[in-house]
Design a binder for this molecule. Structure first.
Ligand code: HEC
Length: 117
């Protein structure tokens, strides 16, 4: 009987210790989701100004609010993915597309659920 309980103790001990392995406690945190206020606002202000930013004198559809950008996100993505020679390309009259990483900000924001903040 003594042998059995000693064996049980050892097995239990090994089991408990193996669960204490710190490597198993490392949690991989998901990358933060993009938001209009943290990620989109500056990209729009830098690339779509002045035309779409009323405060800068823009007279085109205003993209300085969360609501309007959210509503138009599909059309925005469609147009920035066109080539400069295509009709409807944005940013208007620029000779180069936005960088891939900038276009990705718009797409990732949509994929993340169009969050405001
Ligand atoms: C130099 C001025 C200018 C800049 C910069 C510019 N746009 Fe425009 N945008 C226009 C004009 C002019 C129109 C109207 C003509 C048209 O629809 O193609 C327009 C129309 C649009 C429309 C269609 C709006 C509607 O009425 O449905 C979208 C979407 C758009 N722009 C997105 C953008 C985005 C996103 C940027 C920045 C990456 C940008 N634009 C930069 C001038 C500009």
């Amino acid at each position: 009987m003594k042998k059995v309980s000693l064996l049980t103790l050892i097995i239990t001990g090994v089991f408990v210790l193996s669960n204490c392995n710190p490597a198993q406690k490392v949690t991989t945190s998901a990358p933060a989701k993009l938001t209009y206020e943290a990620n989109l606002m500056t990209v729009l202000a830098n690339n779509c100004s002045p035309c779409h930013i009323p405060a800068k004198g823009g007279k085109k559809k205003p993209y300085d609010t969360y609501a309007s950008v959210k509503t138009d996100i599909d059309e925005i993505i469609r147009r920035i993915e066109l080539n400069p020679a295509d009709k409807g390309f944005m940013p208007f009259k620029k000779t180069a597309k936005l960088s891939d990483s900038t276009i990705l900000v718009f797409k990732q924001w949509k994929a993340d659920g169009l969050l405001e903040k």
